[in-house]
Design a binder for this molecule. Structure first.
Ligand code: A3P
Length: 290
């Protein structure tokens, strides 16, 4: 994977996307001023980031729910580490909504003082791996292995944007008491979106009417988002990658257990062995299948 260092940038042990990277911003990120009503989504890539961005945007913006404004979700809930060149976060009105892939140790200091709220969305790492594999082979964001076997090696060595999945989730979980954080599981959202939105709204102290809840759940469905260019990253990827790709692409399947269609029995056993070793005594449960 000798091309990796060319494509990605490693900063304090964590892989960032090279092209979108603002080193100066990252150097000063520790001092980034946090407001009490800021909300951060934190994810490892391919864990349902865009989904949670859409849900938050729908909860906070009536204009979004009622479709009276033509704003992309990725602008309403921008990436902290990748959008500082386009958005002046200091001038963004409160409450500000952010999304980030950062590990716990790189986020602004203010978050560790339990200012602001954090939503950590996680997904079973086999589905994350398969989603990531397809994503990278659809969008040449960085050099990726072109077989599941080779990609599994790359992923399990953490040689991808977001670094090692195990480190990301373990780090955030282990340090959870420093933060005001709510863990959300992709598979639970998938099984019962309404309950997940309710859980989120309680955490955010947002009292949603039945009508609002209906709007959020309907517009955050896979089918709706897949058809909605404001919600499915289509335009963002077009700007970024520079070529038109198949519509609805970023939302590929949105299912639980797709890894079974991609991994061999032997690959799965090998993955399980590594998982058990790495996640020994880790208390959060995972859902691997429907
Ligand atoms: P698949 O590739 O398995 O389909 P991220 O935003 O973190 O990159 O995650 C992308 C993954 O989340 C993709 O997984 C995508 O389809 C899935 N996803 C996005 N919106 C979803 C939704 N509303 N319901 C279910 N899955 C969704």
């Amino acid at each position: 994977m000798e091309d990796l260092e060319r494509d990605l940038l490693k900063f304090k042990g964590f892989y960032f996307q090279h092209k979108a990277f603002d080193t100066g911003f990252l150097e000063n990120l520790d001092d980034f001023e946090i407001r009490d009503d800021d909300v951060f989504i934190v994810t490892y890539p391919k864990s349902g980031t865009i989904w949670c961005q859409q849900i938050l945007s729908l909860i906070y913006f009536r204009e979004h729910r009622k479709r009276t404004e033509n704003v992309e979700t990725s602008y309403r809930v921008p990436f902290l580490e990748y959008c500082s060149r386009h958005i002046d976060f200091g001038k963004t009105p409160s409450p500000r909504l952010f999304v980030t892939h950062l590990p716990y140790y790189l986020v602004p200091r203010g978050l560790k003082d339990k200012k602001a709220k954090i939503i950590y969305v996680y997904r079973n790492p086999k589905d994350v791996m398969c989603s990531y594999f397809h994503y990278l082979n659809t969008y040449p964001i960085f050099k990726a292995a072109d077989s599941i076997e080779a990609f599994m090696k790359q992923y399990l060595e953490g040689k991808v944007l977001g670094s090692l999945w195990f480190d990301h989730i373990r780090g955030w979980y282990k340090h959870r008491n420093y933060f005001n954080i709510q863990f959300m599981m992709y598979e639970e959202m998938k099984k019962d979106l309404r309950s997940s939105v309710l859980k989120l709204s309680k955490f955010l102290s947002k009292d949603l009417s039945e009508e609002t809840m209906d709007d959020v759940v309907r517009q955050a469905s896979f089918e709706n988002m897949k058809d909605d260019p404001l919600a499915n990253n289509e335009n963002m990827l077009y700007r970024h990658v520079g070529s038109k790709l198949q519509e609805g692409h970023f939302l590929r399947k949105g299912t639980i257990g797709d890894w079974k269609n991609h991994m061999t029995v032997e690959q799965n056993e090998r993955f399980d062995m590594i998982f058990q070793k790495q996640m020994k005594d880790f208390p959060l449960q995972f859902i691997w299948d429907v």
